[in-house]
Design a protein around this ligand. Structure first.
Ligand code: S3P
Length: 440
């Protein structure tokens, strides 16, 4: 399906975005969009509860709309009370869908829903756009089959479309070869309806929103280091509030660090320790960052982040840090072009399997701008500090985060740049340019 036809209110429709170098600092207080990962989970888990659930501050990004569309195709009622508040109700349980379920560009939708549908009583096929159909699915299909799932996919069970005939599942003990929250969540959701215990161990702890939200809703789930155990449970109806997305905030945090004279506060940011790697990395790079007003809501930490222009230094990013910054590595690369010395990020091969091959994309685009960046098989090496030149045309590779990285780099270039197919920002952050314009 063609993404460009999926228009909705508030979205960015500029296909060729011109970014002019900033002539003044970024100053002010902003809010960023609701967390995408938690929004997906809030919607999907609410559909597993008999009573309706109220969700406050739900993401308006294209990916979370894909999750809502899939749920609606399964008979789930989605009622918006206001722009970002909705009630999800699935009193009758999932109905047999009459069409293929379209997860669009969203890896989280297809992988989490596969776990849910494997233990359901319906048969369904899940697919997505061109990019999603290329992304690896064997990582969920293999463990789901071990649980007894009746599941088939393209290319010898490695890519979408995925057809799932819901069946009785049995718990497994699974050592995941990848630190992936999508794989972990898929197996835990299957485990929620399986007979016996399901135990999942991962090499490093990936984001743990699934564990926190399932526990908040009353599931029988326990975490110990990088091991999670779940047992069949009924979830309770409780209102869910979603914090701001630290992965969206990351573009502003880096921009404030690299635009001279800047000082901003990003309010109500999710500060779950499995997601705050961007703050740790920027602090290690000598950034001026402060956390204010820290509190906990629905089992998730939340607070305000104050950041100002910083004299950044290059660092060596350890492999244990990678899962916690997996979505932020491209914008960290932009920061590294403005850091004195060398920044090295290796053992990040997973980045090649995101919405685009993000190692290739960020290295190619930053080189166009004049950065000194070497592409490694599993990461990048950047020598700074470089004055970015601009006067070039950047591509987005149909990837929202690459589009936003180009925009931030353009703010500090000497000459204006053009970003083609900029509308991909709508996948996670339709209001991206408006929020930037508020600060400049
Ligand atoms: C996500 C997990 C991460 C991340 C993605 C969202 C999630 O993917 O890159 O943007 O919501 O679970 P992996 O779990 O595959 O690393």
């Amino acid at each position: 399906m063609n993404f460009v036809v999926r228009l909705y209110v508030g979205m960015n429709t500029e296909t060729k975005k011109i970014v002019n170098p900033l002539t003044k600092p970024l100053k002010g207080v902003i809010n960023i969009p609701p967390d995408k990962s938690i929004s997906h989970r809030a919607a999907i888990f609410s559909a597993l509860v008999k009573e309706p659930i109220l969700i406050n501050n739900f993401s308006s990004g294209g990916d979370c709309k894909s999750t809502l569309n899939v749920l609606q195709q399964l008979g789930v009622e989605v009622n918006f009370q206001s722009e970002k508040n909705l009630i999800i109700s699935n009193k009758k349980g999932f109905k047999q869908p009459s069409n293929i379920l379209d997860a669009g560009n969203s890896g989280t939708t297809i992988r989490l829903m596969s776990g849910v549908l494997a233990g359901s009583s319906i048969t369904s096929t899940l697919t997505g756009d061109e990019s999603l159909q290329k992304r690896p699915m064997a990582r969920i299909i293999k463990p789901l089959k071990q649980m007894g799932a009746d599941i088939k996919a393209e290319n010898n069970d490695t890519t979408a479309p995925i057809t799932i005939k819901g069946s009785q599942l049995n718990g497994i003990i699974y050592n995941s070869p990848v630190a992936s929250a999508q794989v972990k969540s898929c197996i835990l959701l299957a485990g929620l309806h399986a007979e016996g215990k399901t135990v999942l161990k991962e090499p490093y702890t990936s984001r743990d929103h699934t564990e926190r939200l399932l526990s908040y809703l009353g599931a029988n789930i326990k975490t110990e280091d990088n091991k999670v155990q779940i047992q069949k449970s009924q979830l309770n109806s409780k209102p869910i509030s979603i914090p701001g997305d630290i992965s969206s905030a990351a573009f502003f945090l880096v921009a404030a660090c690299i635009v001279p004279g800047s000082e901003i506060i990003v309010r109500d940011v999710g500060l779950n320790p499995t997601r705050t790697g961007i703050i740790d990395v920027l602090k290690q790079m000598n950034a001026n960052i402060e956390i204010l007003n820290k509190r906990t809501e629905c089992n998730e930490e939340i607070g305000d982040v104050k950041v100002s222009y910083s004299d950044l230094k290059g660092i060596n990013i350890g492999k244990d840090m990678i899962p916690g910054i997996i979505d932020e590595l491209p914008i960290i690369a932009v920061a590294a072009t403005q850091a004195t010395g060398t920044t090295i990020a290796r053992e990040a091969e997973e980045l090649r399997h995101k919405e685009s091959d993000r190692i290739k994309a960020i290295c190619t685009e930053l080189k166009k701008l004049g950065a000194d960046i070497e592409e490694a098989i599993d990461g990048f090496i950047i020598h700074g500090k470089t004055q970015l030149r601009g006067n070039c045309v950047l591509e987005t590779y149909h990837d929202h985060r690459i589009a936003m990285c180009g925009y931030v780099a353009g703010l500090i270039a000497l000459k204006p740049i053009q970003i083609n197919e900029f509308q991909w920002v709508n996948i996670s952050f339709p209001e991206f340019t408006q929020v930037f314009e508020k600060l400049s």
